[in-house]
Design a protein around this ligand. Structure first.
Ligand code: SAH
Ligand code: SF4
Length: 379
Protein backbone atom coordinates (compact mmCIF):
# COMPACT_ATOMS: atom_id res chain seq x y z
CA UNK A 1 0.00 0.00 0.00
CA UNK A 2 1.35 3.44 -0.85
CA UNK A 3 1.66 6.21 1.69
CA UNK A 4 -1.28 8.53 1.82
CA UNK A 5 -0.48 12.20 1.15
CA UNK A 6 -2.43 12.96 4.33
CA UNK A 7 -0.30 12.68 7.41
CA UNK A 8 -3.31 12.04 9.56
CA UNK A 9 -4.64 9.03 7.69
CA UNK A 10 -2.91 5.89 8.91
CA UNK A 11 -3.04 2.44 7.38
CA UNK A 12 -5.86 1.38 9.75
CA UNK A 13 -8.07 4.08 8.34
CA UNK A 14 -9.54 4.14 4.88
CA UNK A 15 -7.76 6.53 2.55
CA UNK A 16 -9.39 9.78 1.43
CA UNK A 17 -8.88 9.77 -2.35
CA UNK A 18 -9.88 13.44 -2.53
CA UNK A 19 -6.54 15.20 -2.65
CA UNK A 20 -4.62 12.54 -4.59
CA UNK A 21 -2.99 13.94 -7.72
CA UNK A 22 -3.28 11.89 -10.91
CA UNK A 23 0.18 10.40 -10.41
CA UNK A 24 -0.59 9.52 -6.78
CA UNK A 25 -3.80 7.84 -7.93
CA UNK A 26 -1.87 5.85 -10.54
CA UNK A 27 0.49 4.62 -7.81
CA UNK A 28 -2.50 3.80 -5.63
CA UNK A 29 -4.30 1.79 -8.32
CA UNK A 30 -1.14 -0.03 -9.36
CA UNK A 31 -0.55 -0.95 -5.72
CA UNK A 32 -3.90 -2.76 -5.65
CA UNK A 33 -3.27 -4.52 -8.96
CA UNK A 34 -5.36 -2.19 -11.13
CA UNK A 35 -4.55 -0.46 -14.42
CA UNK A 36 -3.29 3.14 -14.65
CA UNK A 37 -6.37 4.43 -16.44
CA UNK A 38 -8.46 3.92 -13.29
CA UNK A 39 -6.84 7.16 -12.02
CA UNK A 40 -8.44 9.22 -14.80
CA UNK A 41 -11.76 7.44 -14.42
CA UNK A 42 -11.96 8.12 -10.71
CA UNK A 43 -10.84 11.75 -11.04
CA UNK A 44 -13.71 12.33 -13.43
CA UNK A 45 -16.18 10.82 -10.96
CA UNK A 46 -14.81 12.82 -8.04
CA UNK A 47 -14.31 16.25 -9.58
CA UNK A 48 -16.65 16.38 -12.57
CA UNK A 49 -19.61 14.33 -11.32
CA UNK A 50 -19.11 15.05 -7.61
CA UNK A 51 -19.71 11.41 -6.84
CA UNK A 52 -18.52 10.27 -3.43
CA UNK A 53 -20.08 6.79 -3.43
CA UNK A 54 -17.89 4.18 -5.13
CA UNK A 55 -20.93 1.96 -5.67
CA UNK A 56 -22.35 4.56 -8.09
CA UNK A 57 -19.21 4.59 -10.27
CA UNK A 58 -20.75 2.46 -12.96
CA UNK A 59 -17.71 2.03 -15.18
CA UNK A 60 -15.75 0.29 -12.41
CA UNK A 61 -16.16 -3.45 -11.87
CA UNK A 62 -18.30 -4.57 -8.92
CA UNK A 63 -15.19 -6.15 -7.40
CA UNK A 64 -13.24 -2.89 -7.56
CA UNK A 65 -16.18 -0.87 -6.22
CA UNK A 66 -16.42 -3.22 -3.22
CA UNK A 67 -12.67 -3.09 -2.64
CA UNK A 68 -12.61 0.73 -2.79
CA UNK A 69 -15.56 0.92 -0.40
CA UNK A 70 -13.52 -1.11 2.11
CA UNK A 71 -10.19 0.71 1.86
CA UNK A 72 -10.96 4.25 0.71
CA UNK A 73 -13.42 7.12 0.87
CA UNK A 74 -14.01 10.52 -0.76
CA UNK A 75 -14.67 13.14 1.88
CA UNK A 76 -14.57 16.92 1.37
CA UNK A 77 -14.48 19.24 4.39
CA UNK A 78 -18.08 19.64 5.59
CA UNK A 79 -19.78 23.02 5.11
CA UNK A 80 -20.94 24.45 8.43
CA UNK A 81 -22.22 27.83 7.24
CA UNK A 82 -22.96 29.66 3.97
CA UNK A 83 -23.37 33.41 3.57
CA UNK A 84 -24.63 35.29 0.54
CA UNK A 85 -23.70 38.99 0.20
CA UNK A 86 -25.89 41.60 -1.48
CA UNK A 87 -23.47 41.84 -4.40
CA UNK A 88 -23.59 38.08 -5.12
CA UNK A 89 -20.41 37.15 -3.26
CA UNK A 90 -20.71 33.90 -1.34
CA UNK A 91 -18.72 32.74 1.64
CA UNK A 92 -18.57 29.22 3.04
CA UNK A 93 -17.20 28.10 6.36
CA UNK A 94 -15.96 24.52 6.27
CA UNK A 95 -14.64 22.45 9.12
CA UNK A 96 -11.08 21.17 8.93
CA UNK A 97 -10.06 17.82 10.38
CA UNK A 98 -8.40 19.71 13.25
CA UNK A 99 -11.81 21.24 14.08
CA UNK A 100 -10.97 24.79 12.95
CA UNK A 101 -12.96 26.70 10.40
CA UNK A 102 -11.78 27.27 6.83
CA UNK A 103 -13.09 30.25 4.84
CA UNK A 104 -13.73 30.16 1.09
CA UNK A 105 -15.14 33.04 -0.97
CA UNK A 106 -16.77 33.01 -4.42
CA UNK A 107 -16.77 36.26 -6.41
CA UNK A 108 -19.06 36.15 -9.46
CA UNK A 109 -18.44 38.55 -12.35
CA UNK A 110 -20.09 38.81 -15.75
CA UNK A 111 -17.61 36.66 -17.60
CA UNK A 112 -15.86 34.77 -14.84
CA UNK A 113 -16.24 33.31 -11.39
CA UNK A 114 -13.30 33.58 -9.01
CA UNK A 115 -12.88 31.33 -6.02
CA UNK A 116 -10.62 32.57 -3.24
CA UNK A 117 -9.41 29.64 -1.17
CA UNK A 118 -7.45 29.18 2.05
CA UNK A 119 -4.24 27.23 2.52
CA UNK A 120 -3.87 27.39 6.30
CA UNK A 121 -6.00 28.08 9.34
CA UNK A 122 -4.65 31.43 10.51
CA UNK A 123 -1.21 32.62 9.45
CA UNK A 124 2.10 32.86 11.27
CA UNK A 125 3.48 35.78 9.30
CA UNK A 126 1.70 38.50 11.25
CA UNK A 127 1.41 41.22 8.60
CA UNK A 128 0.30 44.27 10.53
CA UNK A 129 -2.71 45.10 8.31
CA UNK A 130 -4.17 41.59 7.96
CA UNK A 131 -6.95 40.13 10.06
CA UNK A 132 -5.81 36.54 9.40
CA UNK A 133 -2.30 37.46 10.55
CA UNK A 134 -3.69 38.94 13.75
CA UNK A 135 -5.33 35.57 14.55
CA UNK A 136 -1.98 33.78 14.67
CA UNK A 137 -1.28 30.38 13.14
CA UNK A 138 -3.32 27.31 13.90
CA UNK A 139 -2.69 24.59 11.35
CA UNK A 140 -1.84 23.67 7.78
CA UNK A 141 -4.67 22.40 5.61
CA UNK A 142 -4.31 19.00 3.95
CA UNK A 143 -4.52 18.61 0.17
CA UNK A 144 -8.05 17.22 0.65
CA UNK A 145 -9.03 20.35 2.57
CA UNK A 146 -7.56 22.70 -0.04
CA UNK A 147 -8.96 21.02 -3.17
CA UNK A 148 -12.05 20.17 -1.11
CA UNK A 149 -12.91 23.89 -0.98
CA UNK A 150 -13.04 23.95 -4.79
CA UNK A 151 -15.02 20.68 -4.79
CA UNK A 152 -17.59 22.05 -2.35
CA UNK A 153 -17.93 25.44 -4.06
CA UNK A 154 -18.37 23.95 -7.54
CA UNK A 155 -20.81 21.35 -6.18
CA UNK A 156 -22.89 23.98 -4.34
CA UNK A 157 -22.95 26.42 -7.23
CA UNK A 158 -23.82 23.74 -9.78
CA UNK A 159 -26.51 22.00 -7.74
CA UNK A 160 -28.15 25.02 -6.14
CA UNK A 161 -27.71 27.70 -8.79
CA UNK A 162 -27.43 25.54 -11.90
CA UNK A 163 -24.37 27.41 -13.16
CA UNK A 164 -22.57 25.23 -15.73
CA UNK A 165 -18.99 26.44 -15.18
CA UNK A 166 -19.21 28.44 -11.98
CA UNK A 167 -15.49 28.59 -11.17
CA UNK A 168 -13.18 29.82 -13.93
CA UNK A 169 -10.41 31.23 -11.72
CA UNK A 170 -8.90 30.20 -8.42
CA UNK A 171 -6.77 32.49 -6.27
CA UNK A 172 -4.84 31.31 -3.23
CA UNK A 173 -5.66 34.53 -1.42
CA UNK A 174 -7.76 33.32 1.48
CA UNK A 175 -6.40 32.51 4.90
CA UNK A 176 -2.77 31.60 5.25
CA UNK A 177 0.54 31.83 3.45
CA UNK A 178 0.37 29.16 0.72
CA UNK A 179 4.14 28.79 0.38
CA UNK A 180 4.41 27.76 4.03
CA UNK A 181 2.21 24.74 3.24
CA UNK A 182 4.12 23.90 0.09
CA UNK A 183 3.38 20.28 -0.97
CA UNK A 184 -0.38 20.29 -0.27
CA UNK A 185 -0.73 23.64 -2.07
CA UNK A 186 1.26 22.48 -5.11
CA UNK A 187 -0.69 19.20 -5.27
CA UNK A 188 -4.03 21.02 -4.99
CA UNK A 189 -3.14 23.49 -7.75
CA UNK A 190 -2.03 20.62 -9.97
CA UNK A 191 -5.36 18.85 -9.42
CA UNK A 192 -7.24 22.09 -10.30
CA UNK A 193 -5.34 22.30 -13.58
CA UNK A 194 -5.69 18.58 -14.42
CA UNK A 195 -8.09 18.07 -17.34
CA UNK A 196 -9.60 15.05 -15.57
CA UNK A 197 -10.48 17.27 -12.61
CA UNK A 198 -11.32 20.96 -13.24
CA UNK A 199 -9.00 21.63 -16.18
CA UNK A 200 -8.40 25.24 -15.15
CA UNK A 201 -5.90 27.20 -17.23
CA UNK A 202 -2.54 27.81 -15.54
CA UNK A 203 -3.09 31.50 -16.20
CA UNK A 204 -6.25 31.33 -14.11
CA UNK A 205 -4.82 29.66 -11.01
CA UNK A 206 -2.89 32.20 -8.98
CA UNK A 207 -0.78 31.77 -5.89
CA UNK A 208 -0.35 34.89 -3.78
CA UNK A 209 2.62 35.10 -1.43
CA UNK A 210 4.03 37.61 0.99
CA UNK A 211 7.49 36.53 -0.14
CA UNK A 212 8.81 33.19 1.11
CA UNK A 213 11.84 33.35 -1.19
CA UNK A 214 13.22 29.76 -0.86
CA UNK A 215 9.76 28.38 -1.66
CA UNK A 216 9.38 30.66 -4.73
CA UNK A 217 12.67 29.22 -5.94
CA UNK A 218 11.25 25.69 -5.56
CA UNK A 219 8.11 26.51 -7.54
CA UNK A 220 9.56 26.01 -11.06
CA UNK A 221 10.01 22.29 -10.26
CA UNK A 222 6.43 21.90 -9.11
CA UNK A 223 3.98 24.13 -10.96
CA UNK A 224 3.24 26.51 -13.83
CA UNK A 225 0.54 28.45 -12.00
CA UNK A 226 0.45 32.25 -12.01
CA UNK A 227 2.09 34.26 -9.26
CA UNK A 228 1.06 37.32 -7.27
CA UNK A 229 3.44 39.07 -4.89
CA UNK A 230 2.11 40.96 -1.88
CA UNK A 231 4.51 43.87 -2.01
CA UNK A 232 2.63 46.70 -0.25
CA UNK A 233 5.69 48.93 0.15
CA UNK A 234 8.48 50.23 -2.09
CA UNK A 235 11.24 50.32 0.54
CA UNK A 236 12.57 47.73 2.98
CA UNK A 237 12.19 50.16 5.88
CA UNK A 238 8.44 50.48 5.29
CA UNK A 239 7.88 46.87 4.20
CA UNK A 240 9.59 45.61 7.39
CA UNK A 241 6.83 47.28 9.40
CA UNK A 242 3.97 45.94 7.26
CA UNK A 243 5.17 42.49 6.14
CA UNK A 244 7.63 41.24 8.80
CA UNK A 245 8.96 38.38 6.64
CA UNK A 246 10.68 41.17 4.67
CA UNK A 247 13.31 41.32 7.43
CA UNK A 248 14.37 37.83 6.38
CA UNK A 249 13.80 38.17 2.63
CA UNK A 250 14.14 41.82 1.56
CA UNK A 251 12.58 43.32 -1.57
CA UNK A 252 15.62 42.83 -3.83
CA UNK A 253 15.78 39.08 -3.06
CA UNK A 254 12.02 38.78 -3.49
CA UNK A 255 12.06 40.44 -6.90
CA UNK A 256 15.01 38.30 -8.07
CA UNK A 257 13.23 35.09 -7.02
CA UNK A 258 10.07 36.30 -8.76
CA UNK A 259 12.00 36.86 -11.98
CA UNK A 260 13.49 33.35 -11.80
CA UNK A 261 10.00 31.85 -11.44
CA UNK A 262 8.43 33.95 -14.18
CA UNK A 263 11.34 33.13 -16.53
CA UNK A 264 10.81 29.41 -15.85
CA UNK A 265 7.27 29.50 -17.27
CA UNK A 266 6.84 28.17 -20.81
CA UNK A 267 4.68 31.14 -21.86
CA UNK A 268 5.18 34.88 -21.41
CA UNK A 269 3.25 36.03 -18.36
CA UNK A 270 3.40 38.97 -16.02
CA UNK A 271 3.58 38.69 -12.27
CA UNK A 272 0.83 40.52 -10.36
CA UNK A 273 2.08 42.97 -7.77
CA UNK A 274 -0.45 43.40 -4.96
CA UNK A 275 -0.32 46.69 -3.11
CA UNK A 276 -2.78 47.37 -0.29
CA UNK A 277 -3.29 51.11 0.06
CA UNK A 278 -3.40 52.47 3.62
CA UNK A 279 -4.01 56.10 4.42
CA UNK A 280 -0.80 58.08 4.99
CA UNK A 281 1.22 54.86 5.29
CA UNK A 282 2.03 53.84 1.73
CA UNK A 283 -0.41 55.81 -0.47
CA UNK A 284 1.46 59.07 -1.06
CA UNK A 285 3.15 60.40 -4.22
CA UNK A 286 6.57 59.59 -2.75
CA UNK A 287 5.67 55.88 -2.45
CA UNK A 288 4.21 55.85 -5.97
CA UNK A 289 7.45 57.32 -7.26
CA UNK A 290 9.61 54.81 -5.37
CA UNK A 291 7.42 51.95 -6.58
CA UNK A 292 7.91 52.94 -10.21
CA UNK A 293 11.65 52.94 -9.60
CA UNK A 294 11.86 49.45 -8.07
CA UNK A 295 9.49 47.88 -10.62
CA UNK A 296 11.15 49.49 -13.63
CA UNK A 297 12.56 46.18 -14.91
CA UNK A 298 9.86 43.86 -13.63
CA UNK A 299 7.28 42.77 -16.25
CA UNK A 300 4.21 43.10 -14.04
CA UNK A 301 0.67 44.29 -13.64
CA UNK A 302 -0.16 46.15 -10.47
CA UNK A 303 -3.29 45.48 -8.45
CA UNK A 304 -4.07 48.17 -5.88
CA UNK A 305 -6.19 46.90 -2.99
CA UNK A 306 -8.02 49.52 -0.91
CA UNK A 307 -7.35 48.52 2.72
CA UNK A 308 -10.28 46.62 4.23
CA UNK A 309 -10.70 47.50 7.88
CA UNK A 310 -11.39 44.91 10.59
CA UNK A 311 -12.08 45.24 14.33
CA UNK A 312 -9.07 46.47 16.29
CA UNK A 313 -6.99 47.80 13.38
CA UNK A 314 -5.51 51.28 13.49
CA UNK A 315 -4.99 51.50 9.72
CA UNK A 316 -7.42 53.45 7.59
CA UNK A 317 -8.55 53.05 4.02
CA UNK A 318 -7.05 55.55 1.59
CA UNK A 319 -9.33 58.24 0.22
CA UNK A 320 -10.77 57.79 -3.27
CA UNK A 321 -8.68 60.78 -4.31
CA UNK A 322 -5.40 59.21 -3.13
CA UNK A 323 -6.26 55.86 -4.72
CA UNK A 324 -6.98 57.54 -8.06
CA UNK A 325 -3.83 59.66 -7.89
CA UNK A 326 -1.70 56.60 -7.04
CA UNK A 327 -3.23 54.64 -9.91
CA UNK A 328 -2.83 57.49 -12.38
CA UNK A 329 0.84 57.96 -11.47
CA UNK A 330 1.58 54.26 -12.08
CA UNK A 331 -0.41 54.24 -15.31
CA UNK A 332 1.46 57.26 -16.62
CA UNK A 333 4.70 55.44 -15.84
CA UNK A 334 3.50 52.65 -18.15
CA UNK A 335 2.18 50.08 -15.67
CA UNK A 336 -1.10 48.27 -16.23
CA UNK A 337 -2.69 49.21 -12.90
CA UNK A 338 -6.09 48.14 -11.62
CA UNK A 339 -7.91 48.85 -8.39
CA UNK A 340 -9.46 45.79 -6.79
CA UNK A 341 -13.16 46.27 -6.25
CA UNK A 342 -14.15 45.59 -2.67
CA UNK A 343 -16.75 42.83 -2.74
CA UNK A 344 -18.66 40.93 -0.09
CA UNK A 345 -17.92 43.40 2.68
CA UNK A 346 -21.32 42.89 4.35
CA UNK A 347 -20.39 39.25 5.07
CA UNK A 348 -16.73 40.03 5.98
CA UNK A 349 -15.52 38.27 2.83
CA UNK A 350 -13.23 41.01 1.49
CA UNK A 351 -9.45 40.66 1.23
CA UNK A 352 -7.80 40.50 4.62
CA UNK A 353 -11.07 40.12 6.48
CA UNK A 354 -10.98 36.34 6.65
CA UNK A 355 -10.33 35.42 10.21
CA UNK A 356 -11.78 31.93 10.59
CA UNK A 357 -11.81 30.76 14.11
CA UNK A 358 -8.47 30.15 15.66
CA UNK A 359 -8.66 28.78 19.12
CA UNK A 360 -6.67 31.18 21.36
CA UNK A 361 -4.93 28.23 23.05
CA UNK A 362 -3.57 27.07 19.72
CA UNK A 363 -2.20 30.39 18.54
CA UNK A 364 1.37 30.19 17.36
CA UNK A 365 3.50 32.95 16.00
CA UNK A 366 6.60 32.83 13.83
CA UNK A 367 9.27 35.49 13.99
CA UNK A 368 10.93 36.74 10.81
CA UNK A 369 14.02 34.82 11.90
CA UNK A 370 12.45 31.42 12.04
CA UNK A 371 10.23 31.35 9.00
CA UNK A 372 12.44 29.15 6.84
CA UNK A 373 10.99 25.95 5.30
CA UNK A 374 9.68 23.94 7.03
CA UNK A 375 8.33 26.68 9.23
CA UNK A 376 9.62 26.62 12.78
CA UNK A 377 7.12 28.05 15.19
CA UNK A 378 7.76 29.83 18.42
CA UNK A 379 5.30 28.40 20.91
N1 SAH B 1 -0.66 35.08 2.50
C1 SAH B 1 -0.79 35.41 1.15
C2 SAH B 1 -2.20 35.24 0.61
C3 SAH B 1 -3.35 35.65 1.47
S1 SAH B 1 -3.66 37.34 1.69
C4 SAH B 1 -0.30 36.82 0.89
O1 SAH B 1 -0.06 37.54 1.84
O2 SAH B 1 -0.11 37.15 -0.28
C5 SAH B 1 -4.31 37.91 0.11
C6 SAH B 1 -4.04 39.40 -0.16
O3 SAH B 1 -4.82 40.24 0.71
C7 SAH B 1 -2.59 39.76 0.10
O4 SAH B 1 -2.09 40.62 -0.91
C8 SAH B 1 -2.69 40.51 1.41
O5 SAH B 1 -1.61 41.33 1.63
C9 SAH B 1 -3.99 41.26 1.23
N2 SAH B 1 -4.55 41.76 2.49
C10 SAH B 1 -4.38 41.28 3.73
N3 SAH B 1 -5.06 42.03 4.63
C11 SAH B 1 -5.69 42.99 3.93
C12 SAH B 1 -6.57 44.05 4.30
N4 SAH B 1 -6.96 44.24 5.56
N5 SAH B 1 -7.06 44.84 3.32
C13 SAH B 1 -6.70 44.64 2.02
N6 SAH B 1 -5.87 43.65 1.63
C14 SAH B 1 -5.37 42.84 2.58
FE1 SF4 C 1 -0.39 35.87 6.33
FE2 SF4 C 1 -0.85 36.92 3.90
FE3 SF4 C 1 -2.14 37.88 6.06
FE4 SF4 C 1 0.48 38.32 5.76
S1 SF4 C 1 -1.17 39.09 4.43
S2 SF4 C 1 -0.53 37.66 7.65
S3 SF4 C 1 1.15 36.43 4.82
S4 SF4 C 1 -2.34 35.84 5.21
Amino acid sequence: MINSPHDDISSEHPINLLGFTQSQLITFFESIGEKKFRAKQIMKWIYQYHQTDFQCMTDLSKLLRDQLTKIAHITPPPIVKSDHAKDGVMKWLMRSESGSLIETVFIPETKRGTLCISSQVGCALNCSFCSTGKQGFNSNLTTAEIIGQVWQAVHQLKSKFHIKTPVTNVVMMGMGEPLLNFEPVMNSMNIMMDDWAYGLSKRRVTLSTSGVVPAILKMPYKTEASLAISLHAPTDALRNTLVPINKKYPISELLSATKIYMDSLPDKRKVTIEYTLMHAINDRPQEAKQLVKILKNVPCKINLIPFNPFPGTTYQTSSQKSIRAFQTYLQHAGFNTTVRKTRGQDIAAACGQLAGQVDAKNKKRATPHNTSEPIQLML
